[in-house]
Design a protein around this ligand. Structure first.
Ligand code: GLN
Length: 499
């Protein structure tokens, strides 16, 4: 049963809105209108870089017709934002890089097409770190996204995390009911933790990469950001599925993720990796992790200490593998095929490449291209890239052995809460350290979530991460649901940006 119609439709959950849409208490058009206004009101967050209100209304009308005809799907009429990494037919798609300025794809990504086929309503394209490289959304060509959350009693702005900064800020700031995001080394989970939202990175191969601007193809995976675990289960169900157009997408049926939310984790074994106790980690994060252990224990899970011995090599391995793949993927931006073209007076082809790439890429992207080119070059390939590939296998083996003993793993999502703008942007290593807990599962291709679990002393949200076996998003979601319920996280940001 749904509640009485709330005064602000943007505060509904996807599950709640779905019920009210199907009972006819609200229309998809009303819901879209409320969100179009909320998108405008959220301008100070800089979460949207393209707004598509006419499209939203047309899609909402189609959703209303579908609801009336009685053939609605779970996402029918639900307004969402799309990370600018997903190609959207006829709608500017730039991965927030200047080099893709003005690029309008002639085709739609499979993940977004799946969502539109399920009846979802598109509000616009969401800001992100350039080519998804970053942990703070400070590398976007369109400027940083602001975290809707501020420290208690403060007027200063914090980063929303990255690279899916626009996705999490729009959802936390009630300017979308859910958003697509992508995670290569943590870009769904870390920003979700920084904004009190839920993010799910599925198993590599669960969602099609067709039409997703490639960063590091062996790691990139799409997933949802929402305000509740149930909403993530609903949205992931609509996004996922085999796609012959992506040779790494896997032909497995998509389970009913929502049905996995039984709330019953009695007898499940939850692993606590000892290597994730980092020296120097804020005590609040350790405390929250222990709290999470207690919550799961109280719900009937069995807590098991485990070892993931190669954890300390995960970050250096990721920061070789990901830039290597990025340097190769980004070679296609040469001024010929997409977006920007810059040719100096009287210059030849090589000058065009150089000027276009020099003008088109930001400093972080250039750094990755240089690192990647270096580790792949003759003479260094064996020492760096090949070694990293071998260590990647050892990290995957660690998880395989652990999952012989446990069903899921509980860790903090990130080693800190959201930080202030500029805090780490001059220090790439400090920025990369943000990914310490998310990168290992990415290298192993395993599913994981981040669930909002508490606030730090400054009133900023903190998340806990649940990892699972390959293809077992159901257990990840089930444990996430229990954690969400136990944490009872109801805090929300003050909506200063609407003032
Ligand atoms: N922060 C990591 C990086 O900068 C992860 C990014 C991502 O998952 N897309 O590479």
């Amino acid at each position: 049963m749904s509640d009485a119609k709330p005064s602000d439709l943007t505060k509904l959950t996807i599950a709640g809105a779905r019920d009210m849409l199907s009972s006819g208490e609200i229309s998809a058009r009303e819901l879209a209108q409320a969100h179009i206004a909320a998108v405008d009101a959220a301008d100070p967050l800089n979460a949207y870089i393209v707004k598509t209100p006419e499209k939203a209304l047309a899609m909402a009308d189609a959703a209303d017709a579908r609801l009336k005809a009685g053939n609605a799907a779970p996402m029918t009429g639900i307004p969402i934002g799309v990370k600018d990494l997903f190609a959207t037919e006829g709608v500017r798609t730039t991965a927030c890089s200047h080099i893709l300025s003005g690029f309008e794809p002639a085709y739609e990504s499979t993940v977004t097409q799946n969502l539109w086929d399920a009846g979802a309503v598109m509000l616009g394209k969401l800001n992100m770190d350039e080519f998804a490289m970053g942990s703070s959304n400070e590398t976007s060509h369109y400027g940083p996204v602001k975290n809707p959350w501020r420290a208690t009693g403060s007027n200063s702005d914090y980063v929303p995390g990255g690279s899916s900064g626009g996705s999490v800020a729009s959802v936390a700031g009630y300017a979308a009911m859910g958003a697509t995001a992508s995670d290569t080394g943590g870009s769904i989970r870390q920003p979700a933790a920084f904004t009190g939202t839920v993010g799910v990175k599925p198993t590599y191969g669960r969602c099609s990469r067709y039409g997703m601007v490639a960063f590091a193809s062996s790691l990139d995976q799409a997933g949802p950001v929402t305000r509740t675990v149930r909403d993530s289960a609903i949205m992931l169900g609509a996004m996922a599925g085999y796609d012959p157009k992506d040779s790494t997408s896997v032909d497995r049926s998509v389970p009913d993720f929502e049905a996995a939310l039984t709330g019953d984790i009695r007898g499940l074994k939850i692993g606590i990796p000892q290597e994730y106790h980092l020296a120097g980690m804020p005590v609040e994060i350790e405390t929250l992790w222990h709290q999470g252990i207690d919550w799961l224990k109280a719900a009937g899970a069995e807590i098991v200490d485990i070892n993931l011995p190669h954890t300390k090599y995960a970050l250096p391995t990721y920061y070789i593998v990901a830039p290597a793949e990025a340097s190769s993927n980004l070679a296609r931006y040469d001024g010929v095929r997409y977006g920007l073209r810059d040719v100096p007076q009287g210059g030849g082809l090589a000058d065009m490449y150089e000027t276009t790439r020099g003008q088109g890429f930001g400093p972080e992207v250039k750094r990755r291209v240089m690192i990647g080119t270096y580790v792949l070059s003759a003479g260094y390939y064996d020492a760096y890239y090949l070694k990293a590939q071998k260590v990647r296998q050892l990290i995957a083996d660690d998880f395989r052995r652990a999952y012989e003993k446990v069903d899921a793993i509980l860790t903090p999502t990130a080693p800190s809460a959201a930080f202030a703008f500029g805090d780490k942007s001059d220090d790439p290593i400090a920025m990369y350290l943000n990914d310490v807990f998310t990168v290992p599962a990415s290298l192993a291709g395993l599913p994981g979530s981040s669930v909002p679990a508490g606030l730090d002393a400054d009133g900023l949200p903190l998340g806990l991460q649940i990892l699972g076996r390959a293809w077992d998003e159901e257990t990840v979601l089930k444990v996430s649901g229990v954690l969400e319920e136990a944490a009872g996280f109801t805090a929300r940001p003050q909506d200063w940006w609407r003032a």
